[in-house]
Design a protein around this ligand. Structure first.
Ligand SMILES: O=C(O)COP(=O)(O)O
Ligand SMILES: [Mg+2]
Length: 221
């Protein structure tokens, strides 16, 4: 067991970039939405750096890049709708679990550790993705970016999760790939653990000074 787990009574996981490498399916849906408006596709490399603040922000960044200026609200809403439609058709077509994820989730779940999921991704996509990997039953509560008025890096979703399980924030651990996860965890009073392989706007997540960093989630168990 990782030393940071000593005394921990609840583990909260981020989804994109932490448990699943989802950028190929996200990029395919972004590009389908852009191309439908006769705009050039963005491609995987750009989309990777735009993930992290939820789907509306992702589309705002993609449209800003394609248009060379901030999109108006109507255009933004229309392209976002298209993105949600395309992404929902096949969110797991090319999405993969990172190495060590199944081992870590199985190990913690079998040991009786309560697990939660806090993602900025819309709530509607969480269950299809987790079910696709047979992991939905591992999590006692999953919160999407639209579940509450606030999303990460606001600590509210993490505090909501801790309250739901009746666990003091100091006995909770947040595991994520981006500065938003580490900031939300720190502001909530959680311990924080980062993985370096996900999406963090092209920056090393170590710069956010998590309490610990592991190359693979297998190191948790
Ligand atoms: O949808 C996003 O922007 C990121 O999702 P995440 O919080 O699971 O990394
Ligand atoms: Mg993430």
């Amino acid at each position: 067991m990782h030393p940071l787990l000593q005394g921990v009574k609840l583990v909260a996981f981020d989804l994109d970039g932490t448990l699943v490498d989802s950028v190929l399916d996200l990029a395919a849906a972004v590009d389908a939405a852009l191309v439908a408006l006769d705009l050039p596709p963005a491609g995987e490399t750009k989309v990777r750096d735009w993930v992290g603040n939820g789907s509306l922000k992702l589309i705002e960044r993609a449209l800003g890049d394609a248009l060379g200026e901030a999109p108006g609200p109507e255009r933004l809403a229309a392209v976002h709708e298209r993105f949600l439609h395309h992404y929902g058709l096949a969110p797991n077509a090319r999405t993969r679990l990172y190495p060590g994820v199944r081992e870590a989730l199985d190990g913690l779940h079998t040991a009786g550790m309560p697990l939660g999921l806090v993602t900025n991704k819309p709530q509607a996509f969480i269950a299809p993705i987790l079910e696709g990997f047979g992991l939905a039953g591992h999590f006692g509560l999953c919160l999407g970016g639209d579940a509450l008025p606030q999303k990460k890096p606001d600590p509210a979703p993490l505090l909501h999760l801790a309250r739901h399980f009746g666990v003091a924030p100091g006995d909770c651990l947040m595991v994520g790939d981006s500065r938003h996860d580490i900031e939300a965890g720190r502001r909530a009073g959680f311990r924080t653990l980062a993985v370096p392989y996900g999406y963090n706007h092209g920056e090393p997540v170590a710069a956010s000074r998590p309490d610990a960093l592991v190359e693979s989630l297998a190191e948790l168990v």
